[in-house]
Write a protein that binds this ligand. Structure first.
Ligand SMILES: [Zn+2]
Length: 228
């Protein structure tokens, strides 16, 4: 699983996942979502991003087989965040649009059961550093994390980034600099627009941003079709 340069080898990883479904049932633990007994604030409803801003583009990879598991995990291609995070994302989108770019969202709120499926589908070992442990839950489960990239408004094309989405290699790391100047500039643009609105990037995935204040929101396990 670890390449010669000490980095994760994508080909091996993909092959590893390809055989994972055969043994996933045996490895699957019987655990329940962590309980976060947080008071309702009245501001923690999940908001569908395209209802707040129809210009935000969706490319919900987990609603297709085009994701690192090779399996469809969501029944519906939809994206939600808690209201303050959704409103902040709209602000980031407006800043991007002013410079000729749009936001393309790959994933946002993720029901806890899906985090557990991703964990069970990932072989034990270093690859599990890239997926959230369901015992702790994920900030995606709180509706407070979003995975996204940029597209050009004039062409509609996704911009070049240093790696693909959910590519678990060093190229996905925020400090990876051995890439084209354009890819580095695009990663920096996305980070600038997101951080200006209260999101924070993480070190090993350029596409992932956490909304500041996520601790105040509970872990949820509500299916998309139950949100309305
Ligand atoms: Zn993420």
């Amino acid at each position: 699983m670890v390449g010669q340069a000490g980095q994760l080898n994508r080909r091996n990883f993909v092959l590893g996942v390809a055989v994972a479904p055969l043994i996933a049932c045996d490895r699957s633990e019987k655990i329940a979502p962590p309980v976060t007994a947080l008071p309702k604030t009245g501001n923690d409803d999940l908001v569908e991003l395209v209802k707040l801003d129809p210009g935000i583009r969706l490319d919900i990879r987990y609603a297709t087989a085009n994701n690192f598991t090779g399996r469809q995990l969501y029944d519906q291609p939809r994206a939600f965040l808690v209201r303050p995070a959704a409103e902040a994302l709209v602000q980031a989108h407006q800043a991007a649009q002013a410079e000729g770019y749009g936001l393309t969202v790959f994933d946002a709120y993720r029901p806890w059961q899906i985090t557990k499926k991703l964990w069970d589908a990932t072989p034990a070992g270093p690859l599990r550093n890239y997926v959230a442990n369901p015992k702790q839950g994920s900030k995606h489960n709180r509706g407070c994390a979003v995975d996204l990239s940029l597209h050009r408004i004039d062409t509609g094309q996704l911009v070049e980034m240093p790696s693909g989405y959910d590519e678990f290699t060093k190229r996905a790391h925020r400090d990876f600099m051995d890439s084209s100047p354009e890819a580095i500039a695009n990663r920096t643009r996305l980070q600038r627009w997101m951080e200006a609105q209260g999101f924070r990037g993480i070190s090993n995935e350029w596409w992932h941003f956490d909304f500041a204040g996520w601790e105040a929101f509970p872990i949820l396990d509500i299916a998309f079709d139950a949100i309305g």
